[in-house]
Design a protein around this ligand. Structure first.
Ligand code: AMP
Length: 542
């Protein structure tokens, strides 16, 4: 017998409707491309989304059309998001830091019909426009601009579209399993792969994100998503923000430490989300400026392993809880989040610090398990020690890539993440490595993440990557690539000495290579495959 309760599809438009109805005057601040900070609110964001939805309809666009965006975290981008998904079209956020060939590939792969863009990316579009003929309309996220018309004679302008359309628009109701947005993975190998989220998965993910044991987001918060809207939908925060009616600060293009400290202090940000490299520069800038980041109660760190030194510094120097989480584009991204349980309250400070280094445990909605690295169909014990391939399933986990079936879904319906992890009896998961980044020395595994975390704790190391270098005797040995802090004279011997007593002696890197810069991919992660290409044979050459 069916229950006798109302059924309403879980649609993204219901989030913005809620925010407009119950949090109409809550502020949404936006750093524009020209550097100005503008103030809006949820009612105005909702009204503009409706105006734009009318505009999209008059342009002849229809359900399931892919509409791309090349833009920073700003108000117009947010309004375009709600207009597109709310109208049953697919919002395809593009990472502007991809190579031009990759941009062309994904725009054509997605069959994008429209491209919304910030002025910053005009040169990028000009360079590839001959190769993306499927785009029918280029729309600048701004007011009329003659420079744009010289490059793209038929371009349209967001502000003009808003002025020409009214707010008389009813969000269509449709199946919650319809596609809402599309993100491509950063693609460190091969062509990027599209991940197509649904309304249902996005709304359930947004609800989960707000749970107390995840980010505890509420209407009392001032939320700063530093993670870009083109990186897994800014981890779902623009949806969660509307759902809770919290105040939202969209930081625009300037994500350096100094700019972020100013935004946090000026707008009294309570919670911010981003990748570890961002937080490293924020901590340095805050210390240099003498800011205590007083308003911040917590920060959520994920996307790459967060060095324990960052977590400790947030907690001890800034009285700000640093919550380590793990996820992937394929998991929307929320997979695990590190929050303690009641039984941990009696642990000592050191024990708590140790526990909170891990990537945390799954919230309701997803499950994780470990399977063998060699014997792939064998379960690995969840004892906090044994390592295995991390697999996940749940309401917001990928089932199928946009254009092709993944070979990473197991026969019994789990997604194989490609990460190597341990899980303890309470579900706390520790990422040991990407399977392709693990270093196998004489048959024993060495975790590159662990070596990087130790290096990051050295006061004179700005950034470090541990890679597997080919070795005649051992197969592979670790080599550490280091960017020094400015004015540092630290040398190889001092860095290697720093590893003593922190790892077994055979795990200490064979060599340290100093470089000026380590290239980060569009999501702020170190391009370790480039480093392997460049330095992978350094030990053979010796
Ligand atoms: P992406 O889909 O580009 O977000 O990349 C997902 C991958 O980033 C995961 O499979 C992990 O290898 C890595 N990753 C994400 N969060 C963490 C974390 N907290 N610690 C370690 N690795 C992480």
């Amino acid at each position: 017998m069916l229950g006798k309760m109302m059924y309403q599809p879980l649609l993204i438009s219901s989030l913005i409707e809620h925010a407009a109805q119950y949090h109409s005057d809550t502020a949404v601040y936006s750093k524009e491309v020209d550097g100005t900070m503008t103030k809006s609110n949820w009612l105005s964001v909702s009204d503009n989304s409706k105006r734009l939805a009318n505009a999209l309809q008059s342009l002849g666009l229809k359900s399931s059309d892919c509409i791309a965006t090349l833009a920073w975290n700003n108000r117009r981008h947010l309004e375009a998001w709600y207009a597109i998904s709310g109208s049953e079209m697919i919002c395809h956020t593009i990472n502007p830091r991809l190579f031009p060939e990759q941009l062309t590939y994904i725009i054509n792969d997605a069959k994008d019909q429209v491209l919304f863009f910030d002025i910053t990316f005009l040169p990028l579009i000009a360079a590839i426009k001959e190769h993306i003929k499927g785009i029918k309309h280029f729309i600048l996220l701004g007011d009329r601009d003659e420079k744009v018309l010289e490059e793209l004679p038929n371009a349209l302008f967001f502000d003009e579209l808003l002025a020409e359309n009214d707010t008389n628009f009813d969000w269509p109701q449709f199946d919650e399993k319809q596609a809402s947005s599309l993100c491509y993975t950063s693609g460190t190998t091969g062509n990027p792969k599209g991940i197509l989220y649904s309304h249902r998965s996005s709304v359930l993910h947004a609800i989960a994100l707000c749970m107390p044991d995840v980010s505890a987001l509420s209407a009392q918060d001032v939320l700063l998503p530093v993670v870009p809207m083109f990186h897994v939908n800014a981890w779902g925060t623009p949806y969660a923000a509307a759902l809770t009616g919290c105040s939202l600060i969209l930081p625009g293009p300037n994500l350096d430490g100094d700019s972020l400290v100013s935004v946090i202090d000026d707008y009294k940000v309570t919670v911010a989300l981003g990748v570890p490299t961002i937080w490293q520069s924020l901590l340095t800038a805050a210390k240099n400026k003498g800011s205590t980041l007083e308003s911040m109660t917590r920060t959520i760190v994920g996307g790459a392993a967060c060095p324990p030194s960052i977590i400790t510094s947030f907690r001890e120097d800034f009285n700000c809880d640093a919550i380590h989480g793990w996820g992937m584009t394929e998991t929307s991204p929320l997979g695990t989040m590190n929050q303690i349980k009641a039984k941990h309250k009696s642990l000592s400070r050191d024990e708590i610090n140790e526990l909170r280094k891990s990537q945390g445990r799954p919230p309701y909605g997803v499950q994780i398990r470990l399977m063998g690295t060699e014997k792939k169909d064998q379960h690995v014990a969840e004892d906090g020690e044994s390592q295995g391939r991390l697999q996940i399933r749940g309401h917001w986990v990928i089932d199928d890539y946009f254009t092709h079936k993944p070979d990473t879904i197991t026969e019994d319906g789990w997604f194989d993440t490609g990460d190597i992890a341990t899980i303890d009896e309470d579900g706390y998961m520790n990422i040991r490595d990407r399977s392709k980044d693990l270093i196998k020395s004489g048959g024993e595994w060495i975790s590159s993440v662990e070596l990087e975390n130790i290096a990051a704790g050295h006061a004179e190391v700005k950034m470090a990557a541990a890679i597997a270098a080919n070795h005649k005797q051992w197969g592979e040995r670790p080599v550490l690539i280091v960017v020094k802090e400015e004015d540092s004279n630290v040398d190889e011997a001092q860095i290697l000495d720093f590893y003593k007593d922190k790892v077994a002696s055979w795990q200490i890197p064979d060599k340290v290579i100093f470089v000026d810069n380590i290239v980060l991919n569009g999501a702020g992660k170190m391009m370790k495959n480039n480093l392997r290409d460049e330095h992978g044979d350094v030990l053979l050459e010796q």
